[in-house]
Design a protein around this ligand. Sequence first.
Ligand SMILES: *[C@@H]1O[C@H](CO)[C@@H](O)[C@H](O)[C@H]1NC(C)=O
Ligand SMILES: *[C@@H]1O[C@H](CO)[C@@H](O)[C@H](O)[C@H]1NC(C)=O
Ligand SMILES: *[C@@H]1O[C@H](CO)[C@@H](O)[C@H](O)[C@H]1NC(C)=O
Ligand SMILES: *[C@@H]1O[C@H](CO)[C@@H](O)[C@H](O)[C@H]1NC(C)=O
Length: 286
Amino acid sequence: MAAFIFIFIFLVLISDIFLHVEAFDANCPPAKCGDGAPDIRFPFRLKGQQPQHCGYPGFELVCKENSTMIQFPSYGDLVIQSISYDMKKLNLLDPKSCVHEVFLNLNLSLTPFQYYYHVKNYTYLNCSAQLSPSFEPVPCLSGSQYHVYTVESSLASRLSCMPMKTIAIPFPYSPYLSDNTFGLGLTWTLPGCNEEGGHCNLQSKTGDQTSCFNKGFSNKHLVIGLITGIFAFIVAILISIKIHNSKKLDGQKEKENHLQVQKSFGDYKAIKTAEYSIKRGLHQSV
Ligand SMILES: *[C@@H]1O[C@H](CO)[C@@H](O)[C@H](O)[C@H]1NC(C)=O
Ligand SMILES: *[C@@H]1O[C@H](CO)[C@@H](O)[C@H](O)[C@H]1NC(C)=O
Ligand SMILES: *[C@@H]1O[C@H](CO)[C@@H](O)[C@H](O)[C@H]1NC(C)=O
Ligand SMILES: *[C@@H]1O[C@H](CO)[C@@H](O)[C@H](O)[C@H]1NC(C)=O
């Protein structure tokens, strides 16, 4: 039982060390979807090309043709133009070229992402008549019989208009711009991982916990891990030698029992040989 516990602890220590070593030396070379496409590295991961432990959950990217895409269940695919790891910023493009449709539908509440720019509440109005020329309809949402406007919530009550939705959308945008990139920047947060200049990695293959380490700390950690590992290994060797010896003694006890049985049959010759082999065995093991 004691031996089992020791071996168990040994295995736990060893696997712990392997996990730590793996976390630091995760063998996750940056990937990209094409020439000039952004480098994909932690916390992002290219699905199907980089193993699961290379990225943080919720940061999976895919390649479509030569484009890097991020998939949002509330909206669909968005094209990633660039990733700034220093600024923690994603510059996105809507493949349908209608950024207001993204704002209307994209729900970031269950994702690790937030809008990069400050947000402000705006109301989307669906109007049967055109508003005064100071308001510009959103072309990609409007039709020939109706006109969709984005207005500050305080200006939302209009006779000919039906309010569609009031949502917080990135502030430094202009409804007049048909540019479909403007305002479509996202930033991200990793729980427990916001130390500046730190280095983030997953703690284990299965966990979604991140740790932050200052550069240089990882080497120290590895050395500690190796020393612990060597110590555990030596202890395990000593234990296995002990187990081996106690097994030998058990074997000799069995032989003695066997001798008793033979004695009762009066086989003197067998006794003599057995006694001799026991003496030899004891001599050898001392
Ligand atoms: C992707 O890039 C490769 C190499 O630059 C090019 O040959 C190929 O035509 C591109 N594919 C698409 C769908 O753009
Ligand atoms: C976003 O999703 C959350 C959870 O599903 C929900 O509670 C929230 O109302 C949604 N927000 C918007 C603006 O639709
Ligand atoms: C937008 O309006 C909602 C509901 O009135 C409010 O809870 C939220 O704080 C507002 N957001 C901003 C950015 O003003
Ligand atoms: C605006 O209203 C019209 C008529 O009620 C409707 O057909 C159209 O789908 C609406 N547009 C949007 C973007 O909801």
